[in-house]
Design a protein around this ligand. Structure first.
Ligand SMILES: C[S@@+](CC[C@H](N)C(=O)[O-])C[C@H]1O[C@@H](n2cnc3c(N)ncnc32)[C@H](O)[C@@H]1O
Ligand code: SF4
Length: 417
């Protein structure tokens, strides 16, 4: 598996050099010149822990959560205070964990960020279905949240029990959503669970839109090596049939495909923290991406708080990209939206896309993975499946390895991928 990703990496970066991450101390982040900057805040607490979930999180306690948020606010001021002017930022997303558990303090966090950034496209936040109550939604809305994403996984009791989660109270969710509307209401589902059929997923998607969602995310189940889940992902052929069937169903219904795994009932309903050219991540395990480097904060909550309390940022690892590595990274995440514009590439890198990757684009067109019109490359169904398939490899060879190490060591010396 890692053989395929290594070979692709060498080919596309025109270099045998692996992605090398080293342990660095930071007091300042180089975001001054970044355009299309996104912000992300990680809240690593959950009421109960799901065995299949790879994210950085621990069991919620009010005391620990409050201590963490005090450090988070210090981190925001540490990062922002080195910059005299307020910086434009497109979006702010809160992820986790379950950030809705900190609903009482979300306003404080947003206000701290607004001292240093002007957020132009709204604020998104993740909730567990249990958090979808009028009280919590109202608090979030009053704090400035405009988009919410609810981790449904499945409305079927059968798949909830396979995932070790409890059944969903759909009517309670509908009542709360009717009482407190948001610009985007997204619901997360997991597909490719053992025995799951197109009918099961169709029922989930239909129910989501009928309860008030205007956006759905249908993630392929990923069996991370370090999670304790007994659930095994479905074979490739079945997975492809399912992904194609769901995609066709959503497109026939007139839904807009905003990324490989997301569909919305109107093009304005957006929920994506991934497709930004640059972003700053606050909190443990959060990542930051700039023109020439990518950083990842420590996964360990107490080391995170200690670093911030001594006036240092909580960076654990940094990679300084070669030019081609950065191009591959940009193309990979831009392609996640299923569309790549040659003009955007040229604006970011100052070099024409065709000159840098003309052969690969020609090959992708020949193989039926993309179509091109006036410099806009759009993925076909086949291309979207292979992107999804490759992303799976990438997740298992890079993210699985890195997160596996970061869960055990707060500040590893060096990682090569
Ligand atoms: C941070 S959680 C969402 C909010 C809340 N914590 C919850 O679970 O309801 C983010 C999403 O990641 C997805 N996810 C978690 N583990 C996954 C896995 N092993 N494979 C695929 N998707 C996964 C789930 O769909 C989940 O809703
Ligand atoms: S899936 Fe959500 S609730 Fe479950 S452990 Fe992961 S972040 Fe927490």
């Amino acid at each position: 598996m890692s053989f395929i990703t290594s070979l692709t990496r060498m080919w596309l970066t025109r270099n045998v050099k692996p992605f090398t991450f080293t342990n660095e101390y930071d007091r300042d982040l180089p975001y001054e010149a970044c355009e299309n900057l996104g912000l992300y805040v990680h809240i690593p607490f959950c009421k109960s822990i799901c065995g299949f979930c790879p994210y950085c999180k621990v069991r919620y306690s009010k005391e620990l959560c409050d201590k963490y948020i005090d450090s988070l606010i210090k981190e925001i001021h540490l990062v922002g205070s080195g910059h005299a002017e307020k910086k434009m930022a497109t979006s702010l997303y809160f992820g986790g964990g379950t950030p809705a558990l900190a609903s009482d303090r979300v306003k404080e966090i947003i206000d701290a960020l607004k001292e240093h950034f002007i957020i132009t496209e709204g604020v998104g936040l993740e909730l567990h279905p249990d958090n979808v109550t009028v009280d919590v939604l109202q608090k979030l809305k009053d704090a400035g949240v405009t988009k919410i994403s609810i981790g449904i996984q499945s409305f079927s009791g059968k798949y909830q029990s396979i995932l070790g989660r409890k059944s969903i109270d759909a009517s309670a969710i509908k009542a709360a959503l009717d009482a407190v509307p948001f610009e985007t209401v997204s619901m997360d589902f997991i597909f490719a669970l053992p025995g799951q059929t197109f009918e099961d997923l169709k029922a989930d998607i239909d129910k989501a839109f009928s309860l008030g969602a205007n956006h759905v995310a249908i993630y392929p189940f990923i069996d991370f090596t370090f999670t304790e889940s007994p659930v095994r992902a479905m074979p490739k052929k079945r997975k492809r049939e399912l992904l194609d069937a769901i995609t066709r169903y959503c497109l026939d219904k007139g839904y807009y495909r905003s990324s490989i795994w997301t569909f919305s009932s109107s093009p304005d309903a957006k929920y994506s923290s991934m497709t930004r050219d640059n972003f700053i991540g606050f909190g443990c395990s959060a990542t930051s991406l700039f023109k020439e480097q990518f950083k990842i904060n420590t996964f360990d909550i107490s080391s995170y708080c200690d670093r911030i309390d001594t006036g240092n940022l909580a960076t654990s690892l940094t990679i300084r990209f070669t030019g081609r590595q950065r191009m591959v990274y940009w193309l990979f995440w831009t392609a996640y939206s299923t569309r790549v514009k040659a003009d955007d590439f040229e604006r970011f890198f100052g070099l024409p896309l065709k000159r840098m990757y003309g052969f690969e684009l020609w090959l992708a067109k020949l193989l039926g993975f993309v179509t091109e019109k006036d410099g806009l490359y759009e993925m076909t169904l086949k291309g979207a499946f292979y992107y999804h398939y490759y992303e799976n490899f990438y997740t298992l060879s890079y993210i699985d390895k890195m997160w596996g190490i970061m869960r055990k060591e707060a500040f590893p010396e060096h990682i090569e991928l």
